[in-house]
Design a protein around this ligand. Sequence first.
Ligand code: PMP
Length: 363
Amino acid sequence: MSRYWSDIVHRLTPYVPGEQPALAHPVKLNTNENPYPPSPRVLEAIRHELGETAETLRRYPDPTARQLRETVAAYHGIRVENVFAGNGSDEVLAMTFQALLKHDLPILFPDITYSFYPTYARLFEVDYRTVPVDDAFAIRVDDYTMPNGGVLLPNPNAPTGHPLPLAEIERLVARNAESVVVIDEAYVDFGAQSAIALIDRYPNLLVVHTVSKSRSLAGMRVGFAFGDPALIDALNRVKDSFNSYPLDRLAQAAAMAAYQDDAWFRDSCAKVIASRERLSAGLTALGFEVVPSGANFVFARHEGYDAATLTERLRDKEIFVRHFKAARIDQHLRISIGTDAECDALLAALQDILSAYVGWAAG
Ligand code: PMP
């Protein structure tokens, strides 16, 4: 606290990202990173961009990331005018709050969802209401009917992994024609259908993507929004009032190369999905209840064991998972899908912990 702080800083509750442990070989299953490296073409593209002397870095990057946007537009069968690029999808979401979600009426998002949404709402002074998910963590589209300044939800949802069918998303978008509906598809490639197919028909639909998960480029910070050109224009107006060059040269080159290697992308998604099913079965065998997941993580609880304690015991073994101290989910663990070897290490550690700590079991 300091007297130099602005009012808004006094009132903020910043988002807390998952820990990045400074250990040589942690089993890191806490921030939904991809366990596999990006396509080898990414490294080639970065080397090519740098050249022998990194001479290109002398110059600013393309402020509109035009080539990257063209590549991604062609990939999704849409036009370049439908594509906005930002410094990670978190930044794209931040700009969306300012450009499209700040109105008189409150915006709506699920009570259990990505915890950055309420943080942005407070930062940008956007009023919001949360809409409860059902007991199985499903989002009920029929509950999003009150007049609103916008609707925002991830599909699949985070941190539950629960996916909604595309027909439900379409119903939500059609029913809220007076406001913008933002579908955050950070995890869509692991088990849901993208709503990009609907942007031509619904001028109020904005779909947000990232290269951090399915394209293994969390370290590069690249995200996109797809929608009607009027929505993209709004985002550009905010971007050009904030930072004209959000994507550096290496990020633009790397992301382009990632989209150009579709076989690599499909293969790494398939491996993550197969490991997810294997891990879910392993957790179920240990007595966990696992929410069916369409994402690169699972959300699981064990009736007899406190989730915060389990998280700590795993941490002692240098295995990192995510636990949220939040209503309705404080007995769950969110576990990112690692390689099969990492998932096996987690299962073995849990087995040890569960048998060694019968004493602290609640039930
Ligand atoms: N949306 C959701 C639902 C997420 O879980 C994340 C990752 N924490 C993001 C967006 C942001 O991802 P990034 O900024 O790496 O693109």
